[in-house]
Design a protein around this ligand. Sequence first.
Ligand code: UDP
Length: 331
Amino acid sequence: MIKKKERVLITGGAGFLGSHLCDRFLKEGFHVIAMDNLITGDLRNIEHLFKNPDFEFYHHDVSKYVHVPGELHYILHFASPASPIDYLKIPIQTLKVGSLGTHNLLGLARLKKCRILVASTSEVYGDPLVHPQSEDYYGNVNPIGPRGVYDEAKRFQEAMTMAYHRFHGLDTRIVRIFNTYGPRMRLNDGRVLPAFIGQALRGEDLTVFGDGSQTRSFCYVDDQVEGIFRLLMSDYHLPVNIGNPEEVTILAFAEEIIKLTGTTQKIVFKPLPQDDPKQRQPDITLAKKILDWEPKVSRAEGLRLTYDYFRALPREVLYEREYRNFDKYIY
Ligand code: UDP
C-alpha cells in the first residue's frame, strides 16, 4: 500500500529561507504547499518546483484569513520581510505579518490539529548587552526605533505562540534565526552580503556602514535548514537559537568579499543606521544539546557557493533596484 504523504504548509515559501525549506521538505517526501504574497518573495526561487506533483503554490497574504483545504500535518511560518531596508519600506506590513499573520496561522494549526513552527529572529535580542546571546536573555530592544516594527512583531509572535501552546495545548516550535546567507537572497534586499557581492559584480565600491567594527555571525543556508528541520521534529517548545557562532567584523567581512570576488573596487564608509546592533553571536549550546546540531559549512565554503550563484544570474538582475509588488502592499 502506498503511504499517504504528510502535508506541510510553508508561508513565505517563495522567499530565501522559505524556498530552501520547500526543497528540503520535498526531498524528505512531504507534500508541500507554499504560500506567499510575493512582495519580497520571488517566483524565480521556486519555479523549478512547479512541475513537481507534490508541490502547490498559493498566492496569498497571510495577514488576511488563511484557508487551506484538506489535511495539514505541519505549518512553518516564514512569511516576513527580514532585512532592515525592507521593513523600513513596508513597516506596517511587517508588523501585520508577524502579528495578524501569526494569529491566523496559529488558528489554522488549531483547526488542522497540526504542529506549527514559527520563524523568530536574533532581533528579539535587539542591540544586545549580553554576548554571545543565549535563549534566556530578554534583549535590549527599542520599540519605537526603525527596527521596532520587526523586533516587536517577532517578540509578539513569540508571546502569541507560547500563549497558544500553554492555553490551547497547541504543538508549537520557535526558532530564533541568526544572520543566514546563501543562494536566492535578493540582490537588492539591502542585507550586507548581497549588498557587497552586488557591488563587486557591478564594479561599485563596497559600502561599509559606520567604522565596520560591528560584528555579525553568518550561517550558511543548508546548516540553517538542517537546524530548523531538526527543531520541528523535536519535542522542544521553547525558543532555540539557530546560527553559526563564528563572528566577524563587517569590515573584515568586506575584505573577505573583495578577496573572493577579485574586485578592484575599494571600501567606502557610510553612516551607521539607527539602532544597528554592535555585536551579534549566537550561543548554540541548547541546539547542540537537544538537536545534536551544529553548523558544518565554513564561511569560506559558503561564500564561494553563494558567489557562484550570484555570478551566474542574468546581468539585468544585478540592476533590479525595487521589488515588484511593492505598491500593492504598503498598508
Ligand atoms: N551593512 C554594511 N553595508 C551595507 C549593508 C549592511 O556595512 O551595505 C552592515 C549593517 O550596518 C549591519 C551589518 O552590515 O551592521 C549587517 O546588516 P544586515 O542588513 O545584513 O542585517 P542585520 O544583521 O543588521 O539585521
